[in-house]
Structures are given as structure tokens and as C-alpha cells.
Design a protein around this ligand. Structure first.
Ligand code: ADP
Ligand code: ZN
Length: 514
């Protein structure tokens, strides 16, 4: 048997294992079940590829996405490893089964729904297995951000081969999700290996959205190197790519609705380029091996804090300085919260709310963003990282608790169905027709806010929406969320990061960034 280290050097051409790779591979070699939680770019694939070659038999790799499997197979081919997939998209399935039977495959990729079938288990029972890898293992947990019921059906397969080491892999799992994965997949508690989550070379920036095309143009002007811009819809992807491309730099769109050939062409152009920008929906990035991405920008909030970490993690995999920019709007949070309350099954809502709140905290904070991010992943980082916008230039803040209370009261007194403009008019004591029509000039909140407070109302509303003190319906009507009462009762304060314009005025500087 060849040793893992000589395989790493001989087959892959790498010098040494990185981080926790050696620990993970050591356990698999010893035949033990393991859950490896490793951030994107930490080298998860190698953790099953090396033992697959070092141990007798074929390694079964369970993976949720056909595109991901095919990327992996291409990369395995590149290293001279024999790998194949059994999916509906592979028309050489018979050939693959024959190769499997002949012991000709180092790696066999399957989707969970196929892996859990009885026919497949019978097929495997006659074949020596080196290990079973379960990729994207957080999909097995309802706590995870991407639950897939098919993953729950894997247990009988795993238990059918009790002596074959299981290796569950994921980039994103908070404490609860990790514990759940261990239980669901029958991995002992001491089988958990967690790599450090910090990506010190990524500098985090978060700003409210304010004419995002203009903001992104300015970003492209001062940010060289390849970059990814994430948007939330196919339409926005194409429109933004067009707007940004007019400035001269090559900018291409990427989303699931494009012709597959165009998509493949755009992806290949990006991977090969040194300063191209791709504007993409989240369909882009999984399985793409481009270590020198210099920046990742989000034109709207990602789905969760896990998604934010994963997507920004595609920048700077080569270890050189890289940037992450998030442009957010209050409506992003409103929309995300409406989705949770209307589309997510009851039993998973709390988990999703928690993850969205964690993202809101990263967005709203006036202190270190990295510290919040890493704490979410169970680490105990220093208070300040020195490499995020807030650490580099601590923002001016104001205590906006009083203004927030007045805004909440105005929403309450007007029966929680009016938008921000009307509420501000009420607080300002304006004599509009609408106010008279509803009799709002007779309310106790009419005209109670002073100039300074009124100037803060928009950012206050944004902060209250982000932290779920206010919720907006599809027409912008504002009502209370669970975080409203503690603010009204004086148990919670609202510290506001001043918007960039006022920051500058306060520091007496001129703008560098828009
Ligand atoms: P993940 O799946 O964790 O995001 P990958 O498995 O795609 O990460 O690995 C990221 C990159 O790091 C790949 O280009 C891979 O070849 C490289 N890599 C992995 N392990 C090592 C190592 N020990 N030494 C050098 N490069 C490595
Ligand atoms: Zn910081």
C-alpha cells in the first residue's frame, strides 16, 4: 500500500498536507468515521481522494449536484485518477457499472437519491469499498442552510457497510448543524474535525446600497484582478453586466437561464482571465477552481450568513490580499423575512431566522465584522481583526434609540400598515391630505420628532428592518417584528452607523469611495 504522503506528492504534485487534511486522512486510513468541517478552499476533495488511492477498493462519493460531480471528475482525470459518475446525465452508465465491477474505479460519484436505492446497495455489496464520502453533508440536517430530504435516506446504505469508513464533509456548519450531522450519519462525537474558518487575507466591506451600478463601477475602477459580482436574479445579472461592461473592462453574465454553451464559454473565459469580471447568480462559483479571484461583491444580501461566508470565500484562495464588498438594502431583509414566513416549512423557520439575524448583525455592526462572522462558526476570535472596514476606519455612530422608538410608535399608532414616507410625515407634523384623510394629525405621535431625528429616520428604518423590529409587507407597509418590543420598553438600544456622507462630513474628509 502506498502511503498518503507519497500519493500527495506523486499523484497530486503537492509538497505537504495543509491544515487538518493530515488528521482527516489519518482517521480515514485507520478506518474511522469522520466529519470534517473545512471552509471553502481548504482542500476537502483531497481528504477523500488520497485515501481512495491509498486504500483497497472504490471510494463512493455522494454529492448533491451533477455539475459538481462532473467538475470533480474532470479534476480527478487531470491527476490521472480513474473516476466516474452514475447520474441521469451520464449515458455511459452501463460502462461505469462494468468498470466498477472490474475494480477499475478509484472514485464513483452518485447523487443521494440513487445511493439510497436498494438496487444500488446490492450492486455495491459485491465490490470492495475503500470509503464512503458524503459531500455537502450539512444537507442532511434540517438545521443546515440547505436541507435535502434525500440525504436522510442514506443511513441504511451507510449502516449496510459498517466497516467502511464514512467521511462527511462540509464547508458550513454551525454548532447545532454539526451535532445533527454526527447523529444523522452515525459518526461518533470524537470524529469531528473542524478547520479554522478565518480567511485573514480577505478584507470585508459592507455598505448600504445607493445606486448600486454606480457603486460597482467605482469599485471596478479601483479594484484590479478577476472578480465576481453576485446579484439576486437573472435579469439583474444581464443588465448589470451590460452597464458595467460599457466602461471598458470585460464583464460577462452567468446564470442558469443562459444557453449552456454560452455559460461554459463565459466560465472558461473567466477562469483563464486576469482581470475579467463575471456578474452571476449564485449558480456560479461552486466547484470553480480559480485561486486568484481578487474580489467578490454582492449587489444584495446573500441567503444566509453561511452563504455569505462561502461566496466571499471564493476570493483570494491563493492567499494574496482580496476584497469582499456587500451592498445591502432594507428591502433585501424584508424580502428574505417574508420568504421565511411564507415558504419555509414551520420546523425550519427558526433556524433560518437565526441565520438571517446573524447576517443582519454582521451588516449592522459598528465593530469588527470578521469577529462576528467567526463567532457564528464557533470560534473565539480577537475583538478586532484589523482587516475589515470597521476595524480600518471605525465608523462614527449615533444613539438612535429615541428616534427608533418614535418611529415604532408612529407605526403602532397608525395601525401598522403605512410606509416609511407617511410615518415620517406624521412624525414631522406635516399637514398632508393623506394625514388629514386618516385623521393622523390628531395622534399623539404627530409632530413629535425634531429635525435631527427626522434626518435619521431612513437609516433607522433600515436598521429596524434588518434586525426584525420592523417588517415590511410587499407594499412597504410597516408592522412590528419580534425585536420591536424590547426597543420600545427600553431594554434594547439602537446604535446607528452613520451613512457614508455624514461620516465624511463629521470627519471633514472628502469621499474616496462612493
Ligand atoms: P474545497 O473543496 O475545500 O473548497 P478544494 O478541494 O477544491 O477545496 O481545494 C482547493 C484548492 O487547493 C485546489 O486547487 C486543490 O488542488 C488545492 N489543494 C488542496 N490541498 C492542497 C495541498 N495539500 N497542497 C496544495 N494545494 C492543495
Ligand atoms: Zn475587523
Amino acid at each position: 500500500m502506498t502511503s498518503p504522503l507519497s500519493i500527495l506528492r506523486g499523484t497530486f504534485g503537492f509538497t505537504d498536507f495543509r491544515g487538518v487534511q493530515a488528521d482527516v486522512i489519518g482517521r480515514v486510513m485507520a478506518g474511522k468515521h469522520t466529519l470534517a468541517v473545512m471552509p471553502t478552499g481548504a482542500g476537502k476533495s483531497l481528504c477523500y481522494q488520497v485515501p481512495a488511492l491509498a486504500r483497497e477498493g472504490t471510494a463512493l462519493v455522494i454529492s448533491p449536484l451533477i455539475a459538481l460531480m462532473h467538475d470533480q471528475i474532470r479534476s480527478a482525470d487531470g491527476f490521472g485518477i480513474s473516476a466516474a459518475a452514475l447520474t441521469s446525465a451520464d449515458d455511459n452508465r452501463q460502462e461505469t457499472v462494468a468498470r466498477l465491477r472490474q475494480g477499475d474505479l478509484d472514485l464513483l460519484y452518485v447523487a443521494p437519491e440513487r445511493a439510497s436505492g436498494e438496487g444500488f446497495r446490492n450492486l455495491l455489496s459485491r465490490i470492495p469499498l475503500s470509503l464512503i464520502a458524503i459531500d455537502e453533508a450539512h444537507c442532511v440536517s434540517e438545521w443546515g442552510h440547505d436541507f435535502r430530504p434525500d440525504y436522510r435516506l442514506l443511513r441504511p446504505l451507510l449502516d449496510g457497510f459498517p466497516d467502511v469508513p464514512r467521511l462527511a464533509l462540509t464547508a458550513t456548519a454551525d454548532k447545532q448543524t454539526r451535532e445533527d450531522i454526527l447523529v444523522q450519519l452515525g459518526i461518533p462525537n470524537d470524529g469531528l474535525i473542524v478547520a479554522g474558518f478565518d480567511r485573514p487575507n480577505i478584507r470585508y466591506h459592507v455598505r448600504p446600497r445607493d445606486g448600486v451600478a454606480k457603486q460597482l463601477k467605482a469599485l471596478l475602477d479601483e479594484q484590479p484582478g478577476p472578480g465576481i459580482i453576485y446579484t439576486t436574479s437573472r435579469d439583474k445579472t444581464e443588465k448589470l453586466a451590460e452597464q458595467l461592461g460599457s466602461a471598458g473592462r470585460k464583464v460577462l453574465p452567468y446564470h442558469a437561464g443562459l444557453d449552456p454553451r454560452v455559460r461554459a464559454r463565459n466560465q472558461a473565459a473567466f477562469v483563464g482571465s486576469e482581470d475579467m469580471v463575471i456578474v452571476a447568480t449564485i449558480a456560479f462559483g461552486m466547484g470553480i477552481d480559480k485561486p486568484d479571484v481578487r474580489f467578490v461583491a454582492h449587489a444584495g444580501i446573500p441567503k444566509s450568513i453561511e452563504a455569505y461566508y462561502q461566496e466571499t470565500g471564493r476570493a483570494g484562495r491563493d492567499g494574496d490580499p482580496a476584497e469582499a464588498h456587500l451592498f445591502w438594502g432594507a428591502e433585501d431583509f424584508s424580502r428574505a423575512r417574508r420568504r421565511i414566513e411564507t415558504e419555509v416549512p414551520e420546523e425550519r423557520r427558526q433556524g433560518e431566522r437565526d441565520r438571517l439575524n446573524a447576517l443582519a448583525a454582521v451588516v449592522e455592526t459598528a465593530s469588527c465584522r470578521r469577529a462576528l462572522l467567526l463567532r457564528h462558526f464557533g470560534e473565539a476570535p480577537p475583538e478586532r481583526c484589523g482587516n475589515c472596514d470597521n476595524c480600518l476606519s471605525p465608523p462614527a455612530t449615533v444613539d438612535a434609540t429615541e428616534a427608533a422608538r418614535k418611529l415604532l410608535s408612529a407605526a403602532f399608532r397608525t395601525e401598522m400598515r403605512f410606509g416609511i414616507t407617511h410615518l415620517v410625515d406624521v412624525l414631522a407634523g406635516k399637514e398632508t391630505d393623506k394625514i388629514h384623510g386618516f385623521g393622523h394629525h390628531r395622534l399623539s405621535v404627530f409632530g413629535i420628532a425634531d429635525e435631527a431625528e427626522l434626518a435619521l429616520m431612513k437609516p433607522v428604518a433600515r436598521a429596524l428592518l434588518a434586525r426584525d423590529a420592523l417588517r415590511a409587507d410587499e407594499y412597504g407597509g410597516l408592522s412590528f417584528g419580534p425585536a420591536a418590543r424590547p426597543i420600545l420598553k427600553g431594554e434594547e438600544s439602537v446604535e446607528l452607523v452613520l451613512p457614508p456622507k455624514r461620516q465624511r462630513r463629521r470627519r471633514g474628509e472628502r469621499a474616496v469611495n462612493p
